[in-house]
Design a protein around this ligand. Sequence first.
Ligand code: NDP
Length: 272
Amino acid sequence: MSPHWSQAEPGDYAVIGDPIDHSLSPRMHSAAYRADGLNHAYRAIRVPAGEVSEALPALQAKGYRGLNVTVPLKEEVFAYVREQGWRVSPSDLEYGAVNTLLLAERTALNTDVLGFLRTLQAQAVTPGASVLLLGAGGTARALLVGLVRAGYRVAAWNRTPERLTTLIAELQLPISPLTHPDPAGVEAVINTTSASLTGEAVSVPWEGRPILAYDVAYAQTLTPFLASAQAAGCRVTDGRAMLVEQGAMAYEAWLRRPAPRAAMLKALDEHF
Ligand code: NDP
Protein backbone atom coordinates (compact mmCIF):
# COMPACT_ATOMS: atom_id res chain seq x y z
CA MET A 1 0.00 0.00 0.00
CA SER A 2 1.26 3.50 -0.80
CA PRO A 3 2.37 5.41 2.31
CA HIS A 4 0.91 8.62 3.64
CA TRP A 5 3.30 11.48 2.80
CA SER A 6 4.50 11.74 6.43
CA GLN A 7 5.71 8.10 6.24
CA ALA A 8 7.16 8.22 2.70
CA GLU A 9 10.71 7.00 2.13
CA PRO A 10 13.12 9.42 0.48
CA GLY A 11 13.05 9.38 -3.33
CA ASP A 12 13.53 11.45 -6.47
CA TYR A 13 10.11 11.69 -8.14
CA ALA A 14 6.57 10.69 -7.15
CA VAL A 15 2.89 10.90 -7.98
CA ILE A 16 0.65 12.29 -5.24
CA GLY A 17 -3.11 11.84 -4.87
CA ASP A 18 -5.71 9.94 -2.85
CA PRO A 19 -6.41 7.11 -3.51
CA ILE A 20 -3.08 6.48 -5.21
CA ASP A 21 -2.44 2.73 -5.03
CA HIS A 22 -3.97 2.20 -8.49
CA SER A 23 -1.65 4.71 -10.21
CA LEU A 24 0.27 3.40 -13.23
CA SER A 25 2.76 6.29 -13.13
CA PRO A 26 5.38 4.47 -10.97
CA ARG A 27 5.37 1.55 -13.42
CA MET A 28 5.66 3.88 -16.42
CA HIS A 29 8.40 6.16 -15.03
CA SER A 30 10.42 3.26 -13.58
CA ALA A 31 10.40 1.64 -17.04
CA ALA A 32 11.64 4.92 -18.51
CA TYR A 33 14.53 5.09 -16.00
CA ARG A 34 15.49 1.49 -16.78
CA ALA A 35 15.41 2.18 -20.53
CA ASP A 36 17.66 5.22 -20.04
CA GLY A 37 20.02 3.53 -17.52
CA LEU A 38 19.03 5.89 -14.70
CA ASN A 39 18.83 4.94 -11.04
CA HIS A 40 16.03 7.25 -9.87
CA ALA A 41 13.23 6.20 -7.53
CA TYR A 42 9.64 7.14 -8.52
CA ARG A 43 7.03 6.42 -5.85
CA ALA A 44 3.27 6.70 -5.31
CA ILE A 45 2.55 8.73 -2.18
CA ARG A 46 -0.82 9.32 -0.56
CA VAL A 47 -1.64 12.97 0.02
CA PRO A 48 -5.25 13.42 1.21
CA ALA A 49 -7.18 16.53 0.13
CA GLY A 50 -6.42 19.49 2.39
CA GLU A 51 -2.81 18.43 3.16
CA VAL A 52 -1.00 19.84 0.13
CA SER A 53 0.58 22.83 1.90
CA GLU A 54 2.18 20.56 4.52
CA ALA A 55 3.04 17.69 2.19
CA LEU A 56 4.93 19.56 -0.55
CA PRO A 57 7.64 21.10 1.69
CA ALA A 58 7.95 17.81 3.61
CA LEU A 59 8.49 15.81 0.41
CA GLN A 60 11.02 18.32 -0.87
CA ALA A 61 12.89 17.98 2.45
CA LYS A 62 13.00 14.19 1.85
CA GLY A 63 14.84 14.82 -1.42
CA TYR A 64 12.00 14.76 -3.97
CA ARG A 65 12.72 16.94 -6.99
CA GLY A 66 9.53 16.49 -9.01
CA LEU A 67 5.93 15.44 -8.42
CA ASN A 68 2.99 14.44 -10.58
CA VAL A 69 -0.39 15.39 -9.21
CA THR A 70 -3.58 13.44 -9.67
CA VAL A 71 -7.15 13.14 -8.34
CA PRO A 72 -8.30 14.90 -6.16
CA LEU A 73 -5.42 17.37 -5.83
CA LYS A 74 -5.02 19.16 -9.18
CA GLU A 75 -7.09 22.20 -8.22
CA GLU A 76 -5.76 22.35 -4.64
CA VAL A 77 -2.17 22.24 -5.87
CA PHE A 78 -3.01 24.90 -8.44
CA ALA A 79 -4.35 27.19 -5.68
CA TYR A 80 -1.27 26.48 -3.53
CA VAL A 81 1.29 27.31 -6.22
CA ARG A 82 -0.60 30.48 -7.13
CA GLU A 83 -0.64 31.58 -3.50
CA GLN A 84 3.08 30.79 -3.10
CA GLY A 85 4.02 32.68 -6.29
CA TRP A 86 5.41 29.69 -8.23
CA ARG A 87 6.04 30.03 -11.97
CA VAL A 88 3.01 28.93 -14.04
CA SER A 89 2.80 29.67 -17.77
CA PRO A 90 -0.10 31.88 -18.98
CA SER A 91 -1.76 28.97 -20.82
CA ASP A 92 -1.48 26.67 -17.82
CA LEU A 93 -3.04 29.43 -15.69
CA GLU A 94 -6.03 29.36 -18.00
CA TYR A 95 -6.47 25.57 -17.61
CA GLY A 96 -7.07 26.03 -13.86
CA ALA A 97 -5.16 22.86 -12.92
CA VAL A 98 -1.55 21.63 -12.86
CA ASN A 99 -0.23 18.07 -12.82
CA THR A 100 3.58 18.41 -12.82
CA LEU A 101 5.77 20.18 -10.23
CA LEU A 102 9.47 21.06 -10.28
CA LEU A 103 10.01 21.61 -6.56
CA ALA A 104 13.40 23.38 -6.43
CA GLU A 105 12.49 25.60 -9.39
CA ARG A 106 9.07 26.38 -7.86
CA THR A 107 7.52 25.76 -11.28
CA ALA A 108 4.18 24.08 -12.04
CA LEU A 109 3.03 22.75 -15.42
CA ASN A 110 -0.03 21.19 -16.98
CA THR A 111 1.19 18.42 -19.29
CA ASP A 112 -2.28 16.79 -19.55
CA VAL A 113 -3.61 19.28 -22.09
CA LEU A 114 -0.65 19.36 -24.46
CA GLY A 115 -0.30 15.59 -24.08
CA PHE A 116 -3.94 15.17 -25.04
CA LEU A 117 -3.69 17.54 -28.03
CA ARG A 118 -0.64 15.69 -29.38
CA THR A 119 -2.44 12.35 -29.19
CA LEU A 120 -5.52 13.81 -30.89
CA GLN A 121 -3.38 15.08 -33.77
CA ALA A 122 -1.64 11.71 -33.96
CA GLN A 123 -5.14 10.33 -34.72
CA ALA A 124 -5.40 12.75 -37.69
CA VAL A 125 -7.88 15.09 -35.98
CA THR A 126 -6.12 18.37 -36.51
CA PRO A 127 -6.83 22.03 -35.60
CA GLY A 128 -9.77 23.40 -37.58
CA ALA A 129 -11.73 20.15 -37.12
CA SER A 130 -15.08 20.08 -35.30
CA VAL A 131 -15.13 18.00 -32.15
CA LEU A 132 -17.70 17.14 -29.50
CA LEU A 133 -16.54 16.91 -25.88
CA LEU A 134 -18.62 15.06 -23.27
CA GLY A 135 -18.38 16.19 -19.63
CA ALA A 136 -17.94 19.38 -17.62
CA GLY A 137 -15.60 18.36 -14.80
CA GLY A 138 -11.97 19.27 -14.12
CA THR A 139 -10.56 17.42 -17.13
CA ALA A 140 -13.26 18.83 -19.44
CA ARG A 141 -12.47 22.36 -18.33
CA ALA A 142 -8.76 22.09 -19.16
CA LEU A 143 -9.32 20.24 -22.45
CA LEU A 144 -12.04 22.68 -23.60
CA VAL A 145 -9.64 25.60 -23.14
CA GLY A 146 -6.84 23.68 -24.86
CA LEU A 147 -9.03 22.65 -27.82
CA VAL A 148 -10.38 26.15 -28.47
CA ARG A 149 -6.93 27.75 -28.10
CA ALA A 150 -5.47 25.17 -30.51
CA GLY A 151 -8.06 26.14 -33.16
CA TYR A 152 -10.65 23.35 -32.96
CA ARG A 153 -14.38 24.07 -33.36
CA VAL A 154 -15.88 22.76 -30.16
CA ALA A 155 -19.35 21.59 -29.11
CA ALA A 156 -19.95 20.14 -25.65
CA TRP A 157 -22.53 18.12 -23.76
CA ASN A 158 -22.87 17.30 -20.06
CA ARG A 159 -25.34 15.11 -18.14
CA THR A 160 -26.10 18.09 -15.88
CA PRO A 161 -26.62 20.91 -18.43
CA GLU A 162 -26.40 23.76 -15.86
CA ARG A 163 -22.87 22.72 -14.93
CA LEU A 164 -21.78 23.02 -18.56
CA THR A 165 -23.48 26.38 -19.16
CA THR A 166 -21.87 27.76 -15.99
CA LEU A 167 -18.48 26.50 -17.14
CA ILE A 168 -18.83 27.98 -20.63
CA ALA A 169 -19.94 31.33 -19.17
CA GLU A 170 -16.92 31.31 -16.87
CA LEU A 171 -14.44 30.40 -19.61
CA GLN A 172 -15.91 32.92 -22.06
CA LEU A 173 -14.92 30.79 -25.03
CA PRO A 174 -16.84 29.97 -28.23
CA ILE A 175 -18.16 26.54 -27.20
CA SER A 176 -21.62 25.35 -28.32
CA PRO A 177 -23.57 23.55 -25.58
CA LEU A 178 -25.71 20.66 -26.90
CA THR A 179 -28.83 19.20 -25.30
CA HIS A 180 -27.94 15.69 -26.57
CA PRO A 181 -24.52 14.08 -27.23
CA ASP A 182 -25.14 14.27 -30.97
CA PRO A 183 -22.05 13.59 -33.12
CA ALA A 184 -23.55 14.95 -36.37
CA GLY A 185 -20.88 16.80 -38.33
CA VAL A 186 -17.94 16.25 -35.96
CA GLU A 187 -14.68 14.40 -36.62
CA ALA A 188 -14.19 13.23 -33.04
CA VAL A 189 -16.17 12.64 -29.85
CA ILE A 190 -14.05 13.01 -26.71
CA ASN A 191 -15.37 11.43 -23.52
CA THR A 192 -14.07 13.15 -20.37
CA THR A 193 -16.88 11.91 -18.12
CA SER A 194 -16.01 9.57 -15.28
CA ALA A 195 -18.81 7.22 -16.41
CA SER A 196 -16.22 4.80 -17.81
CA LEU A 197 -14.61 4.38 -14.39
CA THR A 198 -17.81 2.82 -13.07
CA GLY A 199 -18.46 0.81 -16.22
CA GLU A 200 -21.40 3.03 -17.23
CA ALA A 201 -22.06 4.08 -20.81
CA VAL A 202 -22.72 7.55 -22.16
CA SER A 203 -25.20 6.80 -24.87
CA VAL A 204 -24.11 8.45 -28.12
CA PRO A 205 -26.25 7.98 -31.26
CA TRP A 206 -23.34 7.02 -33.53
CA GLU A 207 -24.14 7.62 -37.17
CA GLY A 208 -21.95 4.96 -38.72
CA ARG A 209 -19.38 7.43 -40.06
CA PRO A 210 -15.76 6.38 -39.28
CA ILE A 211 -15.14 9.27 -36.89
CA LEU A 212 -12.81 9.04 -33.87
CA ALA A 213 -14.17 8.10 -30.43
CA TYR A 214 -11.62 9.11 -27.80
CA ASP A 215 -12.11 8.12 -24.15
CA VAL A 216 -9.62 9.77 -21.78
CA ALA A 217 -10.23 6.91 -19.34
CA TYR A 218 -8.49 3.56 -19.76
CA ALA A 219 -9.39 0.08 -18.61
CA GLN A 220 -8.53 -3.57 -19.08
CA THR A 221 -11.10 -3.87 -21.90
CA LEU A 222 -12.81 -1.28 -24.13
CA THR A 223 -14.93 1.12 -22.04
CA PRO A 224 -18.70 0.92 -22.78
CA PHE A 225 -18.38 4.25 -24.67
CA LEU A 226 -15.63 2.86 -26.91
CA ALA A 227 -17.32 -0.51 -27.34
CA SER A 228 -20.50 1.15 -28.66
CA ALA A 229 -18.44 3.38 -30.97
CA GLN A 230 -16.44 0.47 -32.34
CA ALA A 231 -19.62 -1.53 -32.96
CA ALA A 232 -20.89 1.42 -35.01
CA GLY A 233 -17.76 1.49 -37.17
CA CYS A 234 -15.86 4.34 -35.45
CA ARG A 235 -12.11 4.47 -34.85
CA VAL A 236 -11.42 4.21 -31.11
CA THR A 237 -8.64 5.26 -28.75
CA ASP A 238 -8.42 5.22 -24.96
CA GLY A 239 -6.51 7.35 -22.43
CA ARG A 240 -3.31 5.30 -22.47
CA ALA A 241 -1.51 7.38 -25.10
CA MET A 242 -2.48 10.56 -23.22
CA LEU A 243 -1.15 9.07 -19.98
CA VAL A 244 2.16 8.25 -21.68
CA GLU A 245 2.42 11.67 -23.33
CA GLN A 246 1.72 13.67 -20.16
CA GLY A 247 4.22 11.45 -18.29
CA ALA A 248 6.82 11.81 -21.05
CA MET A 249 6.49 15.60 -20.95
CA ALA A 250 6.94 15.58 -17.14
CA TYR A 251 10.01 13.35 -17.56
CA GLU A 252 11.46 15.79 -20.08
CA ALA A 253 10.79 18.80 -17.83
CA TRP A 254 12.50 17.10 -14.87
CA LEU A 255 15.42 15.39 -16.63
CA ARG A 256 15.95 17.61 -19.65
CA ARG A 257 16.34 14.68 -22.06
CA PRO A 258 13.93 13.00 -24.51
CA ALA A 259 11.62 10.51 -22.81
CA PRO A 260 11.67 6.86 -23.96
CA ARG A 261 7.98 6.82 -24.93
CA ALA A 262 8.03 3.31 -26.42
CA ALA A 263 9.33 1.83 -23.15
CA MET A 264 6.70 3.78 -21.20
CA LEU A 265 3.85 2.56 -23.40
CA LYS A 266 5.15 -1.02 -23.28
CA ALA A 267 5.15 -0.89 -19.46
CA LEU A 268 1.47 0.14 -19.52
CA ASP A 269 0.50 -2.41 -22.17
CA GLU A 270 2.15 -5.18 -20.13
CA HIS A 271 -0.08 -4.20 -17.22
CA PHE A 272 -3.28 -4.42 -19.27
P1 NDP B 1 -14.83 15.11 -12.57
O1 NDP B 1 -15.35 14.38 -11.37
O2 NDP B 1 -14.28 16.47 -12.40
O3 NDP B 1 -16.02 15.19 -13.68
C1 NDP B 1 -16.83 14.09 -13.92
C2 NDP B 1 -17.71 14.34 -15.15
O4 NDP B 1 -18.28 13.07 -15.52
C3 NDP B 1 -18.88 15.29 -14.94
O5 NDP B 1 -19.09 16.01 -16.13
C4 NDP B 1 -20.06 14.33 -14.68
O6 NDP B 1 -21.30 14.86 -15.08
C5 NDP B 1 -19.70 13.22 -15.63
N1 NDP B 1 -20.33 11.92 -15.32
C6 NDP B 1 -20.06 11.12 -14.25
N2 NDP B 1 -20.79 9.98 -14.33
C7 NDP B 1 -21.53 10.07 -15.48
C8 NDP B 1 -22.48 9.21 -16.11
N3 NDP B 1 -22.83 8.03 -15.58
N4 NDP B 1 -23.04 9.60 -17.29
C9 NDP B 1 -22.70 10.81 -17.83
N5 NDP B 1 -21.81 11.67 -17.26
C10 NDP B 1 -21.24 11.31 -16.11
O7 NDP B 1 -13.76 14.09 -13.21
P2 NDP B 1 -12.35 14.44 -13.92
O8 NDP B 1 -12.57 15.48 -14.95
O9 NDP B 1 -11.30 14.66 -12.89
O10 NDP B 1 -11.95 13.01 -14.62
C11 NDP B 1 -12.72 12.53 -15.68
C12 NDP B 1 -12.04 11.33 -16.36
O11 NDP B 1 -10.82 11.70 -16.98
C13 NDP B 1 -11.71 10.17 -15.44
O12 NDP B 1 -12.12 8.99 -16.10
C14 NDP B 1 -10.18 10.22 -15.36
O13 NDP B 1 -9.62 8.93 -15.11
C15 NDP B 1 -9.83 10.70 -16.75
N6 NDP B 1 -8.48 11.31 -16.90
C16 NDP B 1 -7.54 10.67 -17.69
C17 NDP B 1 -6.27 11.21 -17.88
C18 NDP B 1 -5.25 10.50 -18.74
O14 NDP B 1 -4.05 10.79 -18.65
N7 NDP B 1 -5.64 9.58 -19.60
C19 NDP B 1 -5.86 12.48 -17.25
C20 NDP B 1 -6.92 13.09 -16.45
C21 NDP B 1 -8.18 12.51 -16.29
P3 NDP B 1 -22.27 15.67 -14.06
O15 NDP B 1 -21.82 17.10 -14.09
O16 NDP B 1 -23.63 15.46 -14.62
O17 NDP B 1 -22.08 15.04 -12.70
